[in-house]
Design a protein around this ligand. Structure first.
Ligand code: SER
Length: 339
């Protein structure tokens, strides 16, 4: 008998760390196996059953995984973020799209073996939106899932396409085959920018927010690569983790769609600056916009409408802007850099 397991790819990233900690706290779950090209930081390695160091493009490695384990749920977090992806769009496509196809295929094979759909939880992003100009962005306000799906970044294109692939693998995979097989059970959340107290992201375009706070907490000067009036939605990491878990635990019949917006608050860079200075009065924060990264942020919505998630799976963020900073970010960041 193979051991039942939850697989997390890209586990050594920000979301992975948060998810591993939360799953470990919840207990009473199948063991967690992780796959990351960088391995897993020593500090959280004891919280997982097995760490595989490897690439999601390595199909032999993926095949071996299902020889060893009965995978019941996949959190497919591995991806190259939006800024990094622009430096090498074809590599981004391979990792973000081919990597996802490899995992969806693994999920399909595994679903057949166990005779029940493997759950496939996928973080998508506000990067799948593309607003044509600032005026439209401001006037549009909070946009719903099906509006402005015209991303300007490779990462946004990749995520949007993978959402479609997830829907295909769930409802239409090999639709002309004589014997229909159980598909996968794909579910995605479109995250806003994420801010964690424990880790900083690598290679994203919403990174100015976490970078500003983390720099201030360490007494380092920070030059923001976007203007003060830049505005996109954000969420603190505990809410991001709870969104993934909440969606995973919702009965399929409650889902009216497979891709959901989730958000918490929509501050400008100046709002984040103000909160940061209030906590770290000496912080030296200046603005030196990088006009190309700025253009990416300007193409993302000021806010997203998450009513579908609220209605279908009772989604509600625990932290608004004030609480997110006051009760989570600032105290946890202080503690982190005091050590
Ligand atoms: N945080 C991501 C990025 O900036 C967007 O999902 O790339």
């Amino acid at each position: 008998m193979r051991t039942k397991a939850i697989l997390i790819t890209g586990a050594n990233g920000e979301v992975g760390h948060g998810l591993i900690r939360q799953l470990a706290e919840m207990g009473d779950m199948p063991p967690v196996i992780v796959l990351d090209i960088r391995g897993l930081d020593e500090t959280i390695r004891p919280l997982v059953y097995e760490t595989k160091i490897g690439d999601i493009l390595d199909t032999n490695l993926l095949e071996n995984l299902i020889n060893e384990y009965e995978i019941v749920t996949i959190y497919h977090l591995a991806a190259l973020l939006s800024t990094n992806s622009e430096f090498n769009p074809e590599v981004a496509h391979r990792v973000n799209v081919q990597g996802t196809v490899n995992l969806l295929h693994l999920a399909t094979v595994q679903s057949r073996l166990r005779g029940a759909p493997v759950q496939f939880i996928f973080p998508s992003s506000i990067a799948i939106y593309g607003l044509p100009d600032l005026k439209t962005k401001t006037e549009a306000g909070a946009i719903s899932e099906d509006q402005y799906n015209a991303p300007t970044t490779m990462y946004g294109c990749n995520k949007l396409y993978c959402e479609h692939l997830g829907r295909y693998y769930t409802f239409h995979y090999q639709q002309l085959a004589a014997t229909p097989a159980p598909g996968v059970d794909f579910r995605a959340v479109r995250f806003p920018g994420l801010i964690s107290a424990l880790t900083t992201p690598t290679g994203g375009t919403s990174d100015y927010a976490p970078e500003m706070v983390h720099a201030a907490a360490q007494g380092l000067p920070y030059k923001s690569f976007v203007r003060e009036d830049s505005q996109i939605p954000f969420m603190v990491m505990p809410d991001a983790i709870s969104a993934l878990l909440k969606l995973a635990h919702t009965p399929a019949e409650n889902l009216s769609r497979r891709v959901y917006n989730v958000t918490a608050f929509s501050p400008t860079a100046a709002d984040i600056h103000r909160q940061t200075i209030a906590a770290f009065p000496g912080a030296e924060i200046t603005y030196e916009p990088h006009h190309k990264r700025q253009a990416i942020v300007d193409s993302w919505p000021v806010d997203i409408d998450d009513r579908a998630a609220r209605a279908d799976w009772d989604w509600k963020p625990e932290y608004d802007f004030e609480r997110g900073f006051g009760e989570y970010l600032i105290p946890r960041i202080r503690e982190r850099y005091r050590r």
